[in-house]
Design a protein around this ligand. Structure first.
Ligand code: ADA
Length: 594
């Protein structure tokens, strides 16, 4: 009898486990059908309900149409994708969602001929509830993508600092969710004592009806040991119900680049007669703040040793494999860095996951790259592109302990009033979304900037000795900035020079665009020595431009080496990740930096 009971119990658990397992999202990656729409005929001819296969072509999702089809590298305009799918028959009643991780630049989405909605900017995710549109058998998903740059948008037509690879460049998932599920969790951690921390949660639950149930919270360490638990009954109203709670915990191991300790938050939403919803979020206990002219991480002064990394790789555009992403970030960690800048946009969720694991701090941003003043000051642009893009960047990535800086843009005219209007409202808006991180932007106006009052840390891009001045101007410039803004930390958010692998120059100059590896080494070592002189306590460190060479449409002519046409070659490694001599020099410098 006892054996039968054990067998029955095992069967029950295996069935339950397989059932929960069976509800994993369906990844719609793979072959889709594709058609360019240069004449913008698609909507008029209702391509969103075109079940024919001819004359559609095959394309891989995720990926870009610019590097899939011949002679399409420069294409900017409309293009259509479509895919048929069925709902897994084992999925029970509940809610069905389509989740996109990112499309470049804009898109409109239809399902079974019904318009679901649109997304107006690149590099952040979005989703649609398709529960009421889905049908038995095949469902036809069509997406109109448009990678034409617009003047009144963010990014705008000034964007030409990296290649515009258009398409469904990140994964698309089909997801089952119970009628009552956790839709959004924002967590924040604060240090109370050496190993005593506070965890604050704001949990938004979505429900299709007013129901009562319970919310079951637990925090576990990386071994699965439960360190905190809280269960409470809950009344969920139809739509969104917000719950806030905070808890203090002892014996916590903080997250830092040296010790990237991670924990799991589990939230189980139970409602009678429904399959429970279990949300599992990996996070870390980490605190970042500015005190005077220094940045403090977990109560200790932070010295940033960083580098920027574009999400670009030859042949795959901005769709980079998981293994390549991991190799890049491991390389950056081996370089001795403790921070990366995801210049100039919100990158694939895997980047932040890996930075959490490897112990790399992150500066992430929206692609307001040299955006025009009149565009940034425009209220319509703010409402449709600025605010929602900042909101998606923060809300989709805020639970990563690695992220410490939200940036509202790069090298716009922050010496002009119109831009100051944007910077002020963007920084303040980001703080309403998340008051636990630093907010700033990367300035190339430096001593002429009028927006530094709005930021937590002053960040300046400088190319002394490359575009202007000479390599020894950095120190005096930092001192000048400190005299103008004595109360804030300053960091150098970009510095770098171009080099061609194998080019040598026995006596490199002190300025000018010399593309030898020797000059890149001289440029970087002199800048690093001034940034990390140790004499300037107000300097929080720097972010080298850039980890790798990358596709850049405005790199041609005016002295740019022809063999590097359309390539920004300021990387420490080539596009294919071949190390240049500067990589070893920088590694040595960062490793010996105390
Ligand atoms: C600017 C810009 C970078 C890159 C750099 C360069 O600082 O922010 O995106 O274009 O110049 O390489 O010149």
């Amino acid at each position: 009898m006892r054996l039968i009971k054990i067998l029955l119990l095992c069967t029950f658990f295996i069935t339950c486990r397989s059932q929960i397992k069976a509800f994993e999202p369906v990844d719609l990656s793979g072959p889709w059908q594709f058609k360019f729409d240069q004449q913008n005929q698609g909507i008029k001819e209702k391509w969103y309900q075109d079940n024919k296969t001819d004359p559609w072509q095959k394309i891989k999702v995720p990926g870009s149409f610019n590097n899939t089809f011949r002679n399409s590298l420069w294409y900017q305009g409309k293009a259509w994708y479509k895919k048929s799918f069925i709902i897994p028959p084992e999925w029970p009643a509940g809610r069905l969602y389509l989740r996109f991780l990112g499309v470049v630049i804009r898109c409109k989405v239809w399902l079974n001929g019904k318009f679901l909605g649109e997304h107006l900017f690149p590099f952040t995710g979005f989703e649609f509830d398709i529960s009421d549109v889905i049908q038995d058998g095949a469902n036809l998903l069509t997406v109109q993508v448009d990678n034409k740059k617009l003047r009144s948008a963010i990014p705008d037509t000034k964007w030409n600092g990296w290649w515009d690879f258009g398409g469904i460049t990140r994964q698309v998932y089909l997801e089952w969710r119970p009628d009552t599920f956790t839709k959004n969790v924002s967590l924040a951690t604060a240090q109370l004592d050496k190993d005593k921390w506070e965890l604050k949660l704001n949990v938004k639950t979505m429900s299709t009806a007013s129901v009562t149930g319970s919310l079951d919270y637990a925090v576990e360490d990386i071994t699965g040991k439960r360190i905190w638990h809280n269960k409470s009954s809950a009344s969920f109203s139809k739509g969104i119900t917000a719950a806030e709670l905070s808890a203090q915990m002892k014996g916590i191991k903080a997250w830092s680049p040296k010790s990237p300790n991670l924990y799991y938050l589990k939230i189980k939403t139970r409602v009678p007669n429904e399959i429970p919803d279990v949300k599992r979020i990996r996070f870390g206990f980490r605190e970042i703040k500015v005190q005077g002219t220094q940045i403090f991480l977990n109560g200790k002064p932070l010295l940033i040793k960083g580098i920027s990394r574009h999400e670009l790789y030859p042949g795959t555009g901005s769709t980079i494999s998981a293994i390549r992403t991991k190799m890049d970030l491991q390389d950056i960690k081996d370089l001795g860095c403790n921070m990366i800048r995801t210049a100039h946009y919100t990158q694939h969720p895997l980047v932040y996951d890996l930075c959490d694991e490897l112990g790399l701090l992150v500066w992430t941003e929206i692609p307001a790259w040299k955006t025009r003043t009149e565009t940034l000051a425009d209220d319509h642009v703010w409402k449709n592109y600025g605010a929602p893009q900042l909101q998606e960047m923060v809300e989709q990535n805020r639970n990563h302990p690695s992220i410490i800086v939200w940036s509202v843009g790069n090298e716009f005219s922050s010496d002009k009033a119109g831009t100051a209007k944007y910077v002020k409202r963007a920084c303040n808006y980001v703080r309403t979304l998340d008051s636990t991180r630093l907010v700033t932007f990367a300035s190339d106006k430096r001593e002429r900037d009028i927006c530094f009052d709005f930021v937590d840390v002053i960040a300046v891009n400088e190319y002394f000795g490359w575009y202007y001045g000479n390599i020894y101007d950095v120190g005096p410039k930092l001192d000048q900035l400190h005299q103008l803004w004595p109360g804030k930390p300053i960091m150098v958010s970009e510095f770098g020079s171009g080099s061609i692998l194998g080019w040598a120059e026995p006596s490199p100059p002190d300025s000018g665009k010399d593309y030898s590896e020797d000059y890149q080494i001289k440029f970087l070592t002199t800048h690093l020595a001034q940034i990390y002189s140790g004499k300037r306590k107000f300097v929080a460190g720097g972010l080298i431009w850039n980890y790798a060479d990358f596709a850049d449409p405005h790199r041609i002519g005016s002295g740019h080496p022809a063999l590097a046409n359309y390539v920004n070659c300021k990387g420490l490694v080539t596009r294919n990740r071949q190390k240049k001599r500067a990589f070893g020099i920088v590694k040595n410098f960062y490793k010996n930096l105390k």
